[in-house]
Design a protein around this ligand. Structure first.
Ligand SMILES: [Zn+2]
Length: 154
């Protein structure tokens, strides 16, 4: 049996904080504020995994209003989503993601991000798609967005 899951996330750029994407820290003037460490890639993947097994979403499991999650390492959220996926009897076939952000360029870091996400998820890097686009015409250069889909098999 197959299940598909989809996740979306966005965060606003803030000056002077670390930029962490897919568990990898990138050099940039701005980081992503808001929930936890602002790792929108891991948040979108987490929501895709939770959605695939019809679990509550990341905001319900880890409320941004709870001070416990301020600055939290987002791999904690991913680990809980994976636990629920495995508990439901599924494993990951593959996942694909698209980051939408004006800067920095993701291309030079895509392999490092792919390797780290694969490690966190316990899959081969060849099962992890990391793509990036600029938000052309959208007028949202102050924010980063991420879409993620996962395919699970029982
Ligand atoms: Zn988020």
């Amino acid at each position: 049996m197959l299940r598909i899951g989809y996740g979306f996330d966005s965060h606003e750029f803030k000056p002077g904080i670390p930029l962490i994407i897919g568990g990898v820290r990138l050099q940039h003037t701005h980081g992503l504020g808001g929930h936890s460490d602002g790792d929108l890639l891991l948040h979108a993947i987490t929501d895709a995994l939770l959605g695939a097994v019809a679990a509550p979403d990341i905001g319900a499991l880890f409320p941004p209003s709870d001070p416990k999650w301020k600055g939290a390492d987002s791999s904690v959220f991913l680990a809980e989503a994976l636990r629920r996926v495995h508990e439901a009897g599924y494993r990951i076939c593959n996942l694909d993601t698209t980051l939408v952000m004006a800067a920095p360029k993701i291309g030079p870091h895509a392999q490092a991000i792919r390797d780290r996400v694969a490690e966190l998820m316990g899959v081969e890097p060849s099962a992890v798609g990391i793509k990036a686009k600029t938000p052309e015409g959208l007028g949202v250069d102050n924010a980063a967005q991420c879409h993620a889909v996962v395919l699970l098999i029982k």
